[in-house]
Design a protein around this ligand. Structure first.
Ligand code: NAP
Length: 285
């Protein structure tokens, strides 16, 4: 009989209090993967600052983390606005005195045929993903340099490794993020700022679950178990390790990259996907 596939690795592989006194700024930290990263880091003692456009979203997430005993605060920012990003970074430095980790996780995405993708739709995704990653990284550099170093982790993807129909905007932006990761890693190493990226496989955040939701039946009755069935079947077929990812899988990799165990790692793009992209064939458009 095949052994069951274990879930995301337990947190106790990291020393309790590993990040006591450290500060992590996480864009898009109020939902999905960003929230999972925040949960991992706060469980290990870090103070997380959750940053995204909707103040109420990041406020609610920060309040939940504090209620669970963690340290968290929230700030509203649109990462496409370079000046606002500079203000927010100055605000975080003022409040906490340092920024040890920046996670560039905020992103926009949707399926759309390239042929009819509007200029605005293209611009919006490329600006959130690629420009936002650059603006936030550039803004934290002087803070990290001033404190003797720091770590930047960019959240990429794997879909651009082979090309992915209906996602020209996001795949182009993430390919840019990979290039940026390597370039900044080399440029900023002299300031002891390490720049790495994580390329997650499929993680069932709200948007991904929506994409797997089949239309209601002919009688208009929604099948509430259909998403879970569709997802289980996808995992069996398309993911060699036979399970979907969890935000904690990415949180654990971020914790490793932030830890002293990764002090000689920069410019790396680490795939965390259960083997999915190696085994995948792209759907047709
Ligand atoms: P999500 O839940 O939709 O999170 C995206 C976050 O980005 C939201 O919290 C959103 O908050 C924030 N955001 C969007 N536009 C922003 C802007 N202009 N400025 C600041 N914040 C903004 O998505 P997710 O699935 O967790 O994905 C997180 C990251 O993982 C993304 O980089 C995504 O490309 C990557 N990824 C995900 C998967 C997956 O299967 N889920 C796979 C590969 C890669 P507001 O609306 O409040 O701004």
């Amino acid at each position: 009989m095949t052994a069951p596939i274990p879930p995301a690795a337990p947190l106790d592989v990291f020393r309790p209090g590993l990040f006591d006194g450290q500060v992590a700024l996480i864009t898009g930290g109020g939902s999905g993967i960003g929230r999972g990263i925040a949960d991992t880091l706060t469980a290990l003692g870090a103070h997380v600052v959750l940053a995204s456009r909707k103040q109420e979203r990041v406020d609610a997430a920060a309040a939940e983390i504090r209620a669970a005993g963690g340290r968290a605060s929230a700030v509203a920012v649109d990462v496409r606005e370079a000046e606002r990003v500079q203000q927010v970074v100055a605000q975080v430095r003022e409040a906490h005195g340092r920024i040890d980790l920046l996670v560039n996780n905020a992103a926009g995405n949707f399926y759309a045929p390239s042929e009819t993708l509007t200029a605005n739709a293209w611009k919006s995704v490329v600006e959130i993903d690629l420009y936002g990653t650059f603006f936030c990284s550039q803004a934290v550099l002087p803070v990290m340099r001033g404190q003797g170093g720091g770590s930047i982790v960019n959240i990429s993807m794997t879909l651009h490794y082979r090309g992915w129909p209906l996602m020209a905007h996001a795949t182009a932006a993430k390919a840019g993020i990979d290039a940026l990761t390597r370039t900044l890693a080399v440029e900023w190493a002299r300031d002891r700022v390490r720049v790495n990226a994580i390329a997650p496989g499929p993680i069932p955040t709200e948007g991904v679950r929506k994409a797997f939701t089949p239309p209601p039946t002919a009688e208009g009755v929604p099948d509430v178990f259909a998403v879970d069935r569709a997802m289980a079947s996808y995992a069996k077929k398309a993911i060699p390790l036979q399970r979907w990812g969890a935000p904690a899988d990415i949180g654990n990799m971020v914790a490793f990259l932030m830890s002293p165990a990764a002090s000689w790692i920069t410019g790396a793009i680490l795939v965390v996907d259960g083997g999915e992209w190696l085994a995948k064939t792209a759907p047709s458009a």
